[in-house]
Design a protein around this ligand. Sequence first.
Ligand code: C2O
Ligand code: CU
Length: 474
Amino acid sequence: MALAKIGNGISFAEETASDVTTEVAAAGGTLVIPELAAKTDDNGVSVFALKAGTGTDTSLVSGTTLKTAGYNGTYLGPTIRVSDGEQVRFDVTNQLGADTTVHWHGLHIAPSNDGGPQNVIADGETWSPATTINQGEACTLWYHPHGLGNTADQVALGLAGMLIVDDGSAANAALPTAYGADDVPVIMQSMGVLSSGSFVTTNAGFTASGTTLKFLVNGASATDETPTLEVAAGRVRLRLLNASLVDSITVARSDGATVTQVASDAGLLAAPIEVSGLRITPGERAEIVLDLQTGTTVTLRATARSSTNGARYTVSMLEVTGTGTDTPAALPATLNTIDALDTTGAAARTFTFANSGNTFTINGVAGTSVTAMTNNMIMTTLGATEVWTLVNSSTTIYHNFHVHDVPFQVVSIGGAAPTGANLGWRDTIELPPSTTVVIRLKFTDYADSTFMYMLHCHNLIHEDDGMMLGLMVV
Ligand code: C2O
Ligand code: CU
């Protein structure tokens, strides 16, 4: 059963937010695929309109009317698809009845357009950042609110959508690219619903008595019915996004066979890799391909884990069946060229992630106010390459690190050289307990002395509880 309608079908001019109720997908458990965001042309600029509004759902937990929110619908949002070099404008209208922001997670964009806590969109207003897509990689990104202290609350309502960037590379073209047919978004969310009828937005809520845990795939509950996907081609590309607040998700085939991964967070890998499972932390993406001979069915399983890595449950999250007769050509042996950033003379910084109870800090600072951000700003300069040491000082809690503006390369994890998908570009990476991760990154193209970027833990409850600092590139 689908939680809610996703896409462009709702006109907010005719219906007020409170009139919008859930539309349940037809029975049969077919994977709900978010619509592609409509694009209109304004003198060579591609314009995408997003309206954030509220809704309700009665299908997810029987007897419970759940408050939801979505972009152009009542849960999640349409998929925005753009090409490198394209001039775009996002017209984001807020009809939530509360302040919001929209951040383009992973997009290389000027800080004034980044959608962080400084880009507040008041209720009833429209924010229209315009930019030229300047990514340099084909990648799977996403968008979500990023207000100070209310990111988890707003993402939990359903405010999230996918953002796909294509480039002109032969490797991207050699992978499936037919949206919804053989190139399919898979937005995974491990959520809780409180007995009071709202989504869980605190750690305690996940284990509170009466809480119902649900694994959503593109807004539909895989906990209640495994969604199915029929693919007419011999190969399918799945763009996996973990849009959970807290939980990491391990995805694997239920038959134990390996999965072919072609992209990490922020771009195609140098070459396809075979993995037994993918551990995807909140905010992370990964792209996989499945080869499906006619009539073959592959079931993907997901295990959701809490911020202490305790398994909450395992579900069959997606059943994919090939119905075509074509045999796919071999995948390209080389997908991308990833040159190591030159760190000669690079500045070094250390960030230590810690908590005391529900106060979460980076280098002892809880970034819960604009003043705290301003007083503890990380200042760097345009063109600088830096090496950052990320220390998780907790012995039990997992964090994960995300920085806005530019992707990074992993230098080491727990002293060891990276392997597998950690050799690719990333913008989010897990910080296991008592572990140090070293990364390198280069600040290119955008500088501003008014607007800041953010660096933070992408466990959204930790982020809202202070595990976030401002970053200014001048
Ligand atoms: Cu996905 Cu700073 O966020
Ligand atoms: Cu954290």
